[in-house]
Write a protein that binds this ligand. Structure first.
Ligand SMILES: Cc1cc2nc3c(=O)[nH]c(=O)nc-3n(C[C@H](O)[C@H](O)[C@H](O)COP(=O)(O)OP(=O)(O)OC[C@H]3O[C@@H](n4cnc5c(N)ncnc54)[C@H](O)[C@@H]3O)c2cc1C
Length: 550
């Protein structure tokens, strides 16, 4: 069936003659770990513009707590790190990509240290912690539980000081521009300067995930899937969008936003318990509290339903006195804000949407299916995470693929002459006669329906119903032209939600983060990726066999 989501190529009207133009070798969309690392790699030999829709410091990257995975210690090995990553990926991970990324990890850490990132130490060595799904302690962290903030501090300082990098903050990328059969830059909106056209030899998408499509999420407000929706509109392939990771432990205080309680807390020995202090994880997995996230999230979800409770609890009361607040200073402050004293009280937790496992499909160097467009970080589907992401592998992926994309952009600039004239592009959307819906209301309702029907447990009838509802709202929201970021974000969220629900309805099995109550087992016939693109006014869904996993 024709879908209004698939019909839209651009979200807004524009005429090239009427807009200001900026030219650069490399345009980076996003200032998280992937975008900044890409910009720094490209700026050695190219002019780089970074466009970011809020303050450059606001990103999932800067909110990352637990750490970054790297097998550096003598008792560990990159082979073990690769094995753990592939096990969690549930036969959809790409063995070659995984091996390459984990092999790069120690070098990436050394580079960050040489640039001034202050990872926590134990004596002269970098301290390492343990997280679920990892068979060894290999998680490096900074300021206890503020790893992302420290890494972004250093990357941003370097980028701001670089003479060939310009950062445009509060500049919203609306759409990728395509002409001459390739991506040639982006149309943006700045609160002060209005619409602008950035023309670039290479555009690097590093715009993060889409956690905000769910009401309960750990993600910052920027995580509205703009990059995913832009790429879909421009014709790129989105892969495995049904794979959304739910973090098992976010602080549950009714009425408050869901704040993440890092996996590292369980890595330090915290128990998961019910209201009466009874541990339950052993019943679900022999690894207990250190099972992978999908297993722990489902276990908590099942216990909540069984006991008719809104949450389960983390128990750290057996920690040595003062250990919790020394090791997790930000979390101790967070608990204190709600009068929770972890040394004496149980910490109420429940799962929330955390990480977009699927994304814009790329090859091993970050190239998407669209010439001129590279992608890195959470927006991309590189093959590293497969059906589920191993904890602390995403900062690592952002670094490795950010760097690769930056380096590839340098190579492309050597062979492709830079644009010096705008291409004659324009777009006009016919005026719609349909009534207007209240966008805040649509967004609230979308987040609710996604939480009810497309979260930890899914079923075919609920997914089909969700697709119908999203299509309905889309007919009234994607037919119109708006002029504010909040409205574009809502349009993007609807588009990406449709892809998530469509992919989830297509995959008739359970695997990784995707659990279908009507197909509770994995099925070898589904050892494949689900790809979505827009073609002929409809969302075209197809499958691609999974790569070798050994
Ligand atoms: C609370 C929390 C804790 C986490 N902890 C860890 C951890 O300990 N270890 C780990 O490995 N991973 C962790 N993760 C996941 C990890 O932080 C992210 O997956 C990763 O940082 C994503 O990096 P990124 O550069 O791809 O995107 P982000 O860091 O999200 O950056 C996206 C950027 O794109 C910009 N952007 C988005 N849309 C637009 C637009 N339309 N126009 C212009 N700019 C735009 C944003 O403003 C932002 O600058 C955590 C995530 C969260 C939310």
């Amino acid at each position: 069936m024709s879908s209004v989501v698939a019909r839209r190529r651009y979200l807004t009207n524009f005429e090239v003659q009427r807009l200001p133009h900026l030219f650069t070798d490399v345009l980076v969309l996003g200032s998280g770990i992937a975008g900044l690392r890409a910009a720094l790699a490209a700026a050695d030999e190219c002019d780089v513009v970074v466009v970011t829709k809020d303050d450059a410091t606001l990103s999932a990257s800067s909110w990352a707590q637990g750490g970054i995975a790297a097998a550096r210690a003598g008792f560990d090995s990159t082979d073990q790190h690769a094995e753990d990553t592939l096990r969690v990926a549930c036969e959809l991970g790409d063995a070659e990509v995984t091996q390459e990324v984990v092999t790069q990890a120690p070098r990436q850490i050394d580079e960050l240290v040489s640039w001034g990132v202050r990872f926590d130490r134990e004596g002269p060595d970098l301290a390492v912690g343990r997280e679920g799904g990892h068979s060894a302690s290999r998680i490096l962290h900074a300021d206890g539980d503020a790893t992302g903030r420290e890494i972004i501090r250093v990357l941003l300082e370097r980028a701001r000081a670089h003479p060939r990098i310009r950062i445009f903050e509060r500049c919203f990328a609306i759409d990728l521009l395509t002409g001459d059969s390739r991506v040639v830059g982006a149309l943006t909106h700045h609160a002060k300067y209005g619409h602008q056209m950035f023309w670039a030899t290479t555009t690097i998408l590093a715009s993060g995930g889409v956690g905000r499509v769910f009401r309960e999420t750990t993600n910052p407000p920027i995580a509205t899937g703009d990059g995913l929706a832009m790429a879909l509109r421009a014709g790129a392939i989105l892969r495995d969008m049904e794979m959304v990771q739910f973090h098992p432990t976010t602080l549950y205080v009714a009425g408050a936003a869901r704040a993440l309680i890092s996996e590292a807390v369980r890595g330090e020995g915290a128990y998961l318990v019910d209201r009466d202090g009874g541990r339950f994880m052993e019943r679900y997995d022999p690894r207990g509290e250190l099972a992978s996230r999908d297993v722990v999230s489902r276990a908590i979800h099942t216990e909540m339903r069984r006991l008719q409770q809104p949450c389960m609890y983390l128990d750290v009361r057996h920690f040595q006195q003062g250990h919790f607040s020394r090791r997790f200073p930000s979390l101790a402050r967070l608990c204190a804000d709600f009068d929770i004293e972890p040394e004496h009280d149980l910490i109420p937790v429940r799962p929330s949407a955390h990480y977009t496992v699927g994304g814009v499909v790329t090859n091993r160097v970050g190239e998407t299916t669209l010439p001129g467009l590279l992608a890195a970080g959470e927006v991309a589907s590189t093959g590293l995470h497969g059906a589920n992401r191993l904890a602390s592998n995403s900062l690592l992926e952002g670094l490795v693929f950010g760097k690769r994309c930056g380096e590839l952009a340098v190579k492309r600039s050597a062979t492709h002459p830079p644009l010096s004239q705008p291409l004659p592009l324009s777009h006009r959307i016919p005026q719609s006669m349909r009534t207007e819906l209240d966008l805040d209301d649509v967004l609230n309702s979308l987040q609710s329906v996604m939480g009810r029907n497309v979260s930890i447990e899914r079923s075919g009838d609920r997914l089909r119903e969700t697709i119908e509802i999203i299509e309905f709202w889309s007919r009234y929201v994607l037919d119109k032209v708006f002029d504010a970021p909040r409205a574009w974000e809502t349009q993007n969220l609807l588009s990406v939600a449709l892809c998530i629900a469509t992919a989830a309805a297509t995959r008739c099995e359970s695997r990784g983060t995707h659990y279908r109550s009507d197909f509770p087992q994995s099925d070898g016939a589904w050892r494949c990726h689900i790809d979505i693109r827009r073609a002929d006014d409809r969302l075209q869904v197809s499958t691609t066999p999974a790569a070798e996993t050994t």
